[in-house]
Design a protein around this ligand. Structure first.
Ligand code: PDD
Length: 281
């Protein structure tokens, strides 16, 4: 990331080295902030309305008014795009700067709005996959909020990395929730499965696209609970996120999945996803 990369902060576009937030910002002091990550393909925001609607859900959940209209958001994001490569907009909104540190909401604050665009590296190596571990989902009960409080997620992801793995797949009360930074799919008995949306997971936009593509192309799928025992018998496991798209898992807790290579349904779905992206530009 270069020092002269332009970012958006509270109404201004400025070099990242000059973008500064107060130490009294509640995002810094309490993690009192939410975020979004919106992929950009062919210089177009991918599923903009859906991302904006999830942003609104997160804002409503933390009782913060949306500081901008859809058109204003669009103008802000478009001003950050650099043509020529796949990128993602990172947007963070905090409850802003208060005079003193107090857990309760201050009466008057102006939200801090920060946005930047960074290159993304979707998973493209058709012959490789990643390793994952299963971990206890130690998070709170409102994981549908895209909160910047990601301490549990980063600690669990770090555990995975220290074991040479790319993702930590979280299990709550014996059942799959999601990855540290992804939704999880499994192919079991020929059916594509993913846990239903709930307060316990992020309502992933990539997840929605995969389910839509499965429906359109008559791939058997179901939104259903998946026990860890069932996950261990899966013929394929995938991770889905805006920054990496669909990533095949080829090893879970040291055991090979789909003969330690990306499975046939992953190849099909990945191709459908790539074709869908191309059809939009
Ligand atoms: N995270 N679940 C979690 C916990 C996530 O952090 C993410 C993505 C997803 C997938 O959602 P989507 O398909 O809308 O990206 C699910 C982003 C990319 C991040 O934190 O950087």
């Amino acid at each position: 990331m270069t020092a002269n990369k332009s970012v958006y902060l509270n109404g201004e576009i400025l070099p990242i080295s000059e973008a500064k937030v107060s130490v009294m910002d509640r995002g810094f002091l309490f993690g009192d902030s939410i975020y979004e990550v919106i992929p950009v393909y062919g210089n177009k925001l991918f599923r903009f309305e859906e991302h904006l609607s999830r942003l609104q859900n997160s804002l409503s959940a933390i009782q913060l008014a949306n500081p901008h209209s859809a058109q204003q958001w669009l103008d802000i994001f478009n001003s950050l795009l650099e043509p020529g490569y796949d990128q993602a907009i990172y947007l963070q909104i905090s409850r802003g700067v208060a005079e003193k540190r107090d857990h309760a909401f201050p009466t008057l604050t102006i939200p801090t709005v920060f946005a930047m665009s960074s290159p993304i590296e979707p998973f493209t190596d058709l012959n490789k996959g990643v390793k994952a571990i299963s971990v206890d989902d130690i998070r709170w009960q409102n994981c549908y909020i895209k909160s910047t409080n990601l301490l549990a997620n980063i600690l669990l992801r770090q555990q995975a990395v220290e074991k040479g793995c790319a993702e930590a797949i979280m299990i709550k009360d014996g059942y799959l929730t999601e990855g540290a930074a992804s939704n999880v799919f499994a192919v079991i008995d020929g059916v594509l499965l993913t846990p239903p949306k709930s307060a316990g997971i992020i309502a992933g936009i990539t997840r929605d696209v995969i389910l839509e593509l499965a429906q359109i192309h008559s791939i058997p799928y179901s939104e259903d609970i998946i026990s860890l025992d069932a996950l261990q018998t899966a013929s394929e496991i995938w991770l889905a996120s805006s920054t990496r798209e669909i990533v095949p898992v080829i090893e879970l807790d040291g055991q090979p999945i789909s003969e330690a290579a990306p499975g046939p349904l992953w190849h099909t779905m990945n191709q459908l996803f790539q074709d869908f992206k191309k059809s939009l530009s």
